[in-house]
Design a protein around this ligand. Structure first.
Ligand code: AMP
Ligand code: MG
Length: 412
């Protein structure tokens, strides 16, 4: 049986970034940019005022005081017409272009305005400011970027900031790596959907919604395919439809029970098995394979049915694969080292992931404490956890105070 690390390597070797697509700016946040973006404009595109005040000739304020005749008033969005000369000023608002002739702007707080009796004149302004030098309160054209500058490189993660700069340089559409489309199919005769009341012998399908949420958190676009019954016909039809997606996640039906038909149906549908069963707890029965039809590839994950096993396998294997498909270079797991808060007994030859609470504080090393948990069907116990303790195989006690590895889970 493969180890967890060997399994992850085999998966990542088959997860290539999806082909880039041209997308509307409103749809690209959270994605990876798939082109270099050069600006066709200078920014700012003109010399502009960064305060509300008066555009002046700085030399007029050499003594720290002046009375100037007001030529016009310019707000952002307008273009000044008059040239400022010695003895004159233009009333200007933040963001408006600097008029010709002016080389500084005095803040309105340092001025007092005197209206003129003649309605055709804007009056005069008295300025007292000992600190007016050429360039004061002017943001020069091209300060932030010049036409031709590459503002974002291919491969850049697109956050709100990058969406903003794309808008600034006029990129309403841009090439990005799309979200992987992930079909999710729960299997099991005992399952009913969450809005149904289970009859005797039935339970609700928690894995479908759980995996859809995990896929979304991992940057994928989930598509719930409902529940397949443990019959060859139903599995065949639903799995075939799931193979249209970039990734198909199945839950249940991969163990050794008489109705665990998933591996044989996958084989029949020409999904090439890469591995089945891992030295992992929880998650031993996990299955992984690849379907290749012409140019289209689907990564197929057969996760064990128990909800905690499904979730853990999703975090350990599906999430890193989704990141790779989405063009992200990392391998998805947020690992951390922490001091163990109490003794933990590890037994057997399987890499074990135990739900734990990780206490993070600024002062000291993170501290990890296993939560009360009753095994792979105990999803409720997992709700107290924000991390998984990662304990390598072998019989031994991990002692309180030891430094151990953790995988951090999504934080609320
Ligand atoms: P299986 O892997 O199909 O043998 O299922 C293992 C255990 O997980 C059984 O107790 C199933 O009832 C349970 N199980 C399977 N699928 C789901 C699901 N979608 N939601 C909740 N529990 C499930
Ligand atoms: Mg089953």
């Amino acid at each position: 049986m493969l180890s967890v690390d060997e399994a992850l390597k085999l998966i990542l070797a088959r997860a290539q970034p999806l082909a880039a697509r041209t997308m509307a700016l409103a749809d690209v946040d959270g994605l990876i940019l798939a082109e270099d973006v050069a600006s066709p404009i200078d920014s700012p595109p003109y010399d502009k005022s960064i305060v509300d005040g008066y555009a002046v000739v700085a030399a007029d304020l050499a003594t720290g005081e002046a009375r100037l005749r007001i030529l016009e008033e310019v707000v952002a969005g307008e273009v000044p017409r008059a040239t400022v000369t010695a003895g004159t000023a233009t009333r200007i608002m933040t963001g408006a272009p600097i008029p010709a002739g002016a080389d500084a702007v005095v803040m309105v707080e340092r001025t007092s305005h005197h209206a003129h009796t003649d309605a055709h004149h804007l009056g005069t302004v008295f300025i007292r400011d000992a600190d007016v030098r050429a360039g004061r309160n002017i943001l020069r054209r091209g300060t932030s970027l010049c036409a031709g500058d590459v503002v974002l490189r291919c491969g850049a993660p697109l956050r709100a900031i990058e969406v903003g700069i794309l808008a600034e340089v006029g990129r309403a559409v841009v090439a990005a790596v799309p979200r992987p489309r992930v079909a999710i199919l729960a299997t099991g005769n005992e399952l009913v959907e969450p809005d149904q009341t289970p009859a005797a012998g039935q339970i609700r399908n928690s894995n479908g919604p759980l995996l859809a949420a995990a896929v979304r958190a991992g940057g994928g676009d989930p598509l719930l395919l409902g529940i397949a019954r443990d019959s060859e016909e139903d599995l065949r039809a639903r799995i075939a439809s799931g193979l249209q997606a970039d990734v198909l996640i199945l839950s249940g039906g991969v163990s050794a029970g008489v109705l665990d038909l998933v591996p044989s149906i996958l084989k029949e549908l020409k999904v090439a098995e890469v591995f089945h069963k891992l030295r992992l707890k929880p998650g031993k029965p996990m299955w992984f394979g690849v379907a290749q039809r012409e140019a289209h590839q689907t990564l197929v994950f057969g996760l064990p049915g128990n909800p905690v096993s499904s979730y853990v396998c999703g975090e350990l294997f599906v999430r890193p694969a989704l990141e790779r498909l989405a063009g992200r270079p990392g391998h998805g797991l947020r690992r951390l080292r922490a001091t163990l808060a109490r003794d933990v007994q590890q037994r057997g030859d399987r890499h074990t992931f135990l739900p734990a609470v990780c206490h993070l504080s600024d002062q000291d090393q993170a501290r990890a404490e296993p939560v009360t948990w009753h095994g792979s069907a105990d999803l409720r116990g997992l709700t107290a956890a924000n991390a998984l303790l990662s304990l390598p195989p072998g019989d031994r006690v991990f002692h309180a105070g030891e430094i151990v590895d953790l995988v951090l889970l999504d934080q609320a």
